[in-house]
Design a protein around this ligand. Structure first.
Ligand SMILES: C[S@@+](CC[C@H](N)C(=O)[O-])C[C@H]1O[C@@H](n2cnc3c(N)ncnc32)[C@H](O)[C@@H]1O
Length: 280
């Protein structure tokens, strides 16, 4: 049974990195006047209130989006992301946080489509309710790995895929690599974005290496470490993303944004970032 609920973590430092890159990738795909599919294999609930006991219990958003909300002079890619969060907070107070499907829905054009999956009984119900009647969205309660397989290659021959498990199940580390390997075989030119936590755990350290082994070129890895690993090895000290077929502009975008994220989201002197890529 799944116990992870993203509502406890929405808007934390990992969401900031993931959603800033998501906003940039969607913006890039939209430069071309051709529709694409956005496929979210682990979509969550779509939108998260921040004034609930659930969000306030951990208060993780305070050390994420909360640190950027009133910050002046943000680098352009970070500002573009914060501007999208403002769209669900029209009053100016930070009361809601958009999940990945919501960022996509806000940015996608009339002919683009969203395919969303979540396996959790509560979150999949919330997701379906959130987008009920939205003709661009197909939200399914089900396994995102199987859902991805069934959708590729996409009908418009353009797609952005987010693979964002919680890794509460150890199997996720293997399933992510298998799913992306299969997806690249079915649809080699898609843009694939895989999120992973920075943990002391061996599986977590090995995941980006296993992904890098899938392809010699056309990938990018970015990590934001916000603090030193805990001595007891428990908890996440940062997060990373592995992107296949990234836009050639992404390294420069990240080099412009990451120093500011390290400064604003860092929790101790070891906060740092990493960008590695094979874009020629
Ligand atoms: C990290 S959260 C997703 C957050 C969301 N992508 C966002 O950025 O707003 C992971 C989600 O995956 C769901 N999940 C876990 N295993 C799944 C599976 N095999 N297929 C689809 N969803 C799954 C969980 O219920 C949870 O809502």
């Amino acid at each position: 049974m799944l116990s992870y609920r993203h509502a406890f973590h929405a808007g934390n430092h990992a969401d900031v990195l993931k959603h800033m890159v998501l906003v940039d990738l969607i913006g890039y795909l939209e430069q071309k006047d051709k529709p694409f599919w956005y496929i979210d294999t682990h979509a969550g609930a779509g939108l998260y209130p921040l004034d609930t006991p659930t969000a306030l219990k951990t208060g993780e958003f305070r050390d994420g989006i909360g640190r950027l909300w009133t910050e002046p002079g943000l680098p352009a890619p970070v500002q573009a992301y914060v501007d999208q969060v403002r769209k669900v907070n029209r009053s100016g107070r930070l009361l809601h946080y958009p999940g990945s499907p919501q960022f996509a829905l806000q940015m996608l054009r009339p002919d683009d489509r969203l395919h969303l999956f979540d396996l959790h009984s509560t979150d999949s119900r919330l997701l379906q309710k959130q987008y009920d009647g939205e003709r661009r969205v197909r939200a399914l309660a089900g396994d995102g790995y199987a859902g991805l397989k069934a959708l590729l290659p996409p009908q418009p021959r353009r797609a952005l895929v987010l693979v964002d498990p919680s890794y509460e199940d150890r199997q996720d580390y293997r399933q992510v690599v298998d799913a992306v390997e299969d997806a690249l075989r079915r649809f080699a030119t898609g843009v694939y974005m895989v999120w992973y936590p920075l943990l002391v755990k061996r599986e977590s350290v090995r995941l980006p290496m296993a992904l890098a082994e899938l392809r010699e070129r056309d990938w990018l890895q970015v990590e934001l470490r916000v603090k030193a690993p805990a001595e007891d090895g428990i908890g996440m000290h940062g997060s990373g993303l592995f992107v296949f077929n990234p836009p050639w502009t992404l390294p420069a975008t990240l080099e412009a944004a990451l120093p500011a994220l390290v400064r604003l989201l860092g929790q101790d002197a070891t906060a740092s970032h990493l960008v590695r890529h094979t874009i020629a």
